[in-house]
Structure formats: C-alpha cells, structure tokens
Design a protein. Structure first.
Length: 184
C-alpha cells in the first residue's frame, strides 16, 4: 500500500467524504449487510479500492462463507478480521487479508502471535496503534507489514507509529486524513 493514511469510514457521511478525498484505498468499518452493494458500487464509480471489516458487517456472520460471498460479489481490495477462517478464505480468494490484533496484555499478544503463524496474513492491524514501541516489537517478531489503528489522535502520534515501522495508519479521524493527504 502506498498510502500512509488509510481513511476509515464508520458511516455513509464519512464514506462520502472519503470518496471526495485524494486517497485511493479506504476502509469501511461498520455497516449493515444491505449497504454493502451500494458502498461497493459507489467506490467503483469513484475509482476507490475498499477494505471491509468483515467482523463489523451487521446481519452477516463473519465466517468463511460470508467471506467467500463478499469476495465473489463485491471483489474488495481487502478484508479485515480477527477471525482465522476469514483471513484464510480471503487469502484463498486473492484478496488482501488483514489480521486485526489487540495489544491488551502479554497473554493476548502471545495468543495473537500463534494465530498469525497459522494464518500468515498479508498485513496485521495493531490496536491501539498509539504505542510505537509495540509496533516495532510486533513487526520484528512476525516479519509481516503492520498497520496501526486506534487511539492515534495527532499527526505526531501518527508519525511516531510510522517511524516505528507501521506501513500505514488506519483512522477515522478526518483531521489526520487532511494533514497526510498531501504527503501520500
């Protein structure tokens, strides 16, 4: 991914703002299954590549069957999930697979490392991303590109995450979209 910011939309208003932005790749976080077709069509009309957070599509179970359906019907650029079956099916379908992990404590981190070994995602999204020292540690351990998301509130925090080794920042904070728009 060439972008340093991956705009994340949690509703249609944010999605429409993303469509008007200079960014090519965006994330849709929270939607209802009935919105998927419209969002996909709008993104294609604007030449945008979408990453969908499968776990946050209401009305659809986030499993390998839903993943196969999304891949076949909507041909997303990528999918985000915490679930092994979603990551494996996305990879099988040739869609960028992003494994989301939460930096809660050492036990959760070790469990995530085992999951990552099994799934071998294309990217790992680390939450919260406002801990640059953990981004560096995770990247060193797994040797998979990192996306940093969650609780990154300022341009300085975003820059720190990038300097620690994150490929990009996933954020719904529109101020960061604007600040980094000219840097991509």
């Amino acid at each position: 991914m060439n972008q340093k910011i991956l705009p994340a939309a949690a509703d249609m208003k944010e999605f429409e703002r993303f469509l008007q932005s200079p960014y090519e790749i965006g994330i849709f976080l929270d939607m209802h299954i009935a919105q998927l077709k419209n969002i996909s069509l709008m993104a294609k009309q604007y030449g945008k590549k979408m990453i969908y957070h499968v776990d946050l599509i209401r009305g659809m179970k986030s499993d390998e069957y839903a993943t196969e359906y999304i891949c076949q019907q909507f041909k997303p650029f990528g999918l985000i999930s915490t679930k092994t079956t979603v990551i494996q099916k996305a990879k099988q379908k040739g869609v960028i697979a992003i494994q989301r992990i939460f930096l809660i404590d050492r036990h959760a981190l070790e469990k995530s490392y085992k999951l990552i070994e099994k799934t071998q995602p294309d990217y790992i999204e680390v939450l919260p991303g406002a801990m640059p020292w953990m981004i560096a540690e995770v990247k060193e351990r797994v040797k998979i590109p990192i996306l940093a998301g969650g609780l990154i509130r300022t341009a300085k925090e975003a820059q720190s995450a990038l300097e620690a080794g994150a490929e990009a920042i996933t954020t719904s904070k529109r101020e960061l979209w604007d600040i980094f728009a000219n840097k991509n």
